[in-house]
Design a protein around this ligand. Structure first.
Ligand SMILES: *Cc1c(COP(=O)(O)O)cnc(C)c1O
Length: 364
């Protein structure tokens, strides 16, 4: 069998080995079912149990209160960029506020603009999204139907440590790349969405957590699949669910609970691992330049540049020779992006940190 590398992909991304092993073990036949997860009806009793269990595990892991619905949808976070404004706006809400802290927030605002009036509450573009707004810098119209923000900008590597303060306006969060990386106070949110393939599972399912009173904003005239209330009423089984992806997200939630010991522990490990890499940047006397300002650095995506393109290319090639893959930064930021999601092992991060130090010693 080929050796597993340390995989720093931004997404789809590394999954916990115990989860992969469980999938492998049960792939021919789910215990007691006589067929695999890939082969059973989404309306069958075994899948109903898998779906219920996945929801229950997410609820306990994230302490999701009863007055929030948990939906499993398709279309990725991209579709949420449109579903959020389509569902949450309409009389008397005729505008939405967007806090734009990176590429994904910008995409989200651009899609929302097709549906409504978007008022940009803050925009970090002028410094290529290397920082986050201070509380007093947010300009939020109190009549906005919701305020949207991106908790972790996957491309630039900036992450909110806490929720922006928006008063009573429902707060909507794209948590695609830091979902379940730490405990969050769900009560502060109106809606949270996260595609699974960064930090929560394989591609194919997007989790939406929505305060139930907001479901009343979904108008009957919306296309059926684009209507949150219709999905909530159907318990995420309006049509064929992405059965395998839901199953895998359930396994990841259980791994977080049983093997990691919950999200407090996960946060502690994520902090330690991120610090290993940021410490190398900070002690590199300018060889490595972090993209994000130190006070808003991401625990999930560590972004940095090297002195020139030739060194960047050499870094990537040598890292790959040492079994560290998918470290190339997004073209808009350049350089290196080390995505160190929940499933990244401490060993993998230690190996990268050591490699970075060696590489610098040899090349500066
Ligand atoms: C990856 C990502 C998206 C896009 O997700 P898709 O599932 O590809 O549509 C949106 N927002 C953030 C923060 C992301 O990291």
């Amino acid at each position: 069998m080929a050796r597993r590398a340390h995989n720093f992909s931004a997404g789809p991304a590394v999954l916990p080995v115990p989860v992969l092993e469980e999938i492998q073990r049960d792939l021919l036949c789910l215990p007691g079912v006589g067929a695999s997860i890939l082969e059973i009806s989404h309306r069958s009793r075994p899948f109903a149990q898998i779906l219920q269990q996945a929801e229950a595990d997410l609820r306990s892991l994230l302490s999701i209160p009863e007055d929030y619905a948990v939906l499993f949808l398709q279309g990725g976070s991209r579709l949420q960029f449109s579903m959020v404004p389509m569902n949450l706006l309409g009389e008397p809400f005729n505008s939405a506020a967007y806090i734009v802290t990176g590429s994904w927030g910008k995409h989200a605002a651009n899609e929302a603009r097709k549906e409504t009036t978007v008022e940009v509450a803050w925009n970090g573009q002028s410094t290529n999204f290397d920082c986050l707004p201070q509380e007093h810098q947010l300009q939020i119209n109190p009549a906005a139907g919701y305020v949207h923000f991106t908790s972790n900008e996957t491309i630039q590597g900036v992450q909110f440590a806490t929720e922006p303060k928006v008063g009573d306006i429902p707060l909507v969060c794209d948590a695609s790349s830091d979902f379940m990386c730490r405990p969050i106070p769900i009560k502060k949110y109106g809606l949270i969405y996260a595609c699974a393939q960064k930090n929560a599972g394989p591609a194919g399912v997007t989790v939406v957590i929505i305060r139930r009173d907001l479901l009343e904003r979904s108008r009957d005239s919306l296309p059926g699949y684009l209507n949150y209330k219709a999905h909530a009423d159907a318990n995420s089984l309006m049509n064929t669910a992405p059965t395998f992806a839901v199953y895998a997200v359930g396994l990841v939630a259980r791994w977080l609970q049983n093997e990691i010991g919950g999200l407090e522990n996960m946060l502690e490990r994520n902090r330690l691992q991120a610090k290993l890499l940021y410490d190398v940047l900070d002690s590199s006397v300018g060889f490595y330049t972090g993209h994000a300002q130190p006070d808003c650095r991401s625990l999930m995506n560590v972004t940095f540049n090297l002195p020139d393109d030739a060194l960047t290319a050499a870094f990537l090639a040598e890292a790959e020779e040492h079994d560290m893959i998918s470290l190339k930064g997004h073209r808009s930021v350049g350089g290196i992006r080390a995505s160190i999601y929940n499933a990244m092992s401490t060993t993998g991060v230690e190996q990268l940190a050591k490699f970075m130090t060696d590489f610098r010693n040899r090349n500066s």
